[in-house]
Design a protein around this ligand. Structure first.
Ligand code: NAD
Ligand code: TYD
Length: 356
């Protein structure tokens, strides 16, 4: 048994589905079901007794203690977080509450549980903390990519809250000996991503004939990793990572935002041409930049390849085609997530950006 937090979100759900497709080890899935958590992501597991879903907050310590005591997991894989940079700029409070306080609560309960174990169970226990490359800050065009030794320099409330949680995890290893592992991954894309992030947002807007908002000049660079590759990397770290270590995970796919959006438009032109005959790229609209917008992220993923033999299986071309195909085949999923709350967010984030 493993305990997954945030397993109804984008990466967590992909991880739970992948996990149960590969092994028979059951999963307890603790998720608060915020706007980003969607039980429909896990619909395929509805009648699967290996999946125990619990709606709850990682800050609810009695609940976490009860789940640990009842299910006695051999590992905790911690995805639960507030994850969107623009929302963190708009309202950082929830990011502090979940990403920092929530991780602290989980660490405290994990520590108490682990300290009560003995022998082989104690030795085998793992706390795997899923984090982001954004903790390292922003690179210039000629800087080397982020390595595990790069100094932390988070710039957004989101990345600062993740950096704080990484430091807490590190401290629990150093001070209490908790058997921790941390992964810092680049931008993910794939099935079930909430359409507030660049790729699904552009897909959805394009299909609805709406403007494709490009912040600033569109030349900011991100490294993109297919979510299935991220899940495989986490499994590899859980199975063989060295205790207390951090592993950077990336796709060796640096792209400007404009490149990504043009690629999406070209695939849509091919698979689902617009009814008005116009290329989707004609919807590209430059809008006011994100405050503090990080210029470039790039990941040096050689450590995880060297130590654990992991490297991405998908290229950007193969992964992005799978992703577009998934959204086109799951328009019902999209319709269901585009709820009132989503409309509120679109108004909050985009109404006053205008064209720059
Ligand atoms: P997401 O926003 O899609 O999902 C987050 C999930 O956590 C949701 O299901 C939500 O309901 C749940 N959650 C939020 N607060 C909670 C709380 N207090 N208690 C319990 N559950 C709670 O996020 P994601 O994109 O799947 O990211 C998952 C993790 O991976 C995060 O820790 C994020 O920082 C990290 N990460 C994401 C990316 C990316 O590109 N998306 C890249 C690197 C790292
Ligand atoms: P996002 O998907 O929010 O991920 P992150 O900020 O964590 O990297 O954004 C990816 C890039 O796309 C980032 O440089 C901001 C940019 N972006 C836009 O240009 N327009 C948008 O509407 C969004 C959501 C993002």
């Amino acid at each position: 048994m493993i305990l997954v937090t945030g397993g109804a979100g984008f990466i967590g759900a992909n991880f739970v589905l992948d996990w149960l497709a590969q092994a028979d080890e059951p999963v307890v899935n603790l998720d608060k079901l915020t706007y980003a958590g969607n039980p429909e992501n896990l619909a395929g597991l509805r009648d699967d007794p290996r999946h125990v879903f619990v709606q709850g907050d990682i800050n609810d310590r009695p609940l976490v203690a009860k789940l640990l005591a009842r299910h006695r997991p051999r590992a905790i894989v911690h995805f639960a977080a507030e994850s969107h940079v623009d929302r963190s700029i708009n309202g950082p409070g929830e990011f502090i509450q979940t990403n920092i306080n929530g991780t602290f609560s989980l660490l405290e309960e994990a520590r108490a549980f682990w300290q009560g174990l003995a022998g082989a169970d104690k030795a085998a226990f793992r706390f795997l903390h899923v984090s982001t490359d954004e903790v390292y800050g922003s690179l210039g065009p000629n800087d080397p990519p982020f390595a595990e030794t790069t100094a932390y320099a988070p710039n957004s409330p989101y990345s600062a809250s993740k950096a704080a949680s990484d430091h807490l995890v590190r401290a629990y290893r150093h001070t209490y000996g908790l058997p921790t592992l941390t992964t810092n991954c680049s931008n993910n894309y794939g099935a079930c991503q909430f359409p507030e992030k660049l790729i699904p947002l552009v897909l959805l807007n394009a299909l609805n004939g709406k403007p494709l908002p490009i912040y600033g000049n569109g030349l900011n660079v991100r490294d993109w990793l297919y979510v299935g590759d991220h899940c495989a990397a986490i499994r590899a770290v859980l199975a063989g990572g060295r205790l207390g270590e951090t592993y950077n995970i990336g796709g060796w796919n640096e792209k400007t935002n404009l490149d990504v959006v043009h690629t999406l438009c070209a695939i849509l032109d091919e698979l689902k041409p617009a009814a008005n005959g116009q290329p989707y790229a004609s919807l590209i609209t430059y809008v006011k930049d994100r405050p503090g917008h990080d210029a470039r992220y790039a990941i040096d993923a050689r450590k995880i390849e060297r130590e654990l033999g992991w490297k991405p299986a998908e290229t950007f071309d193969s992964g992005i085609r799978k992703t577009v195909a998934w959204y086109l085949a799951n328009l019902g999923w999209v319709e269901n997530v585009v709820s009132g709350e989503y409309q509120n967010w679109m108004a909050t984030n985009y109404q006053n950006r205008g064209a720059s």
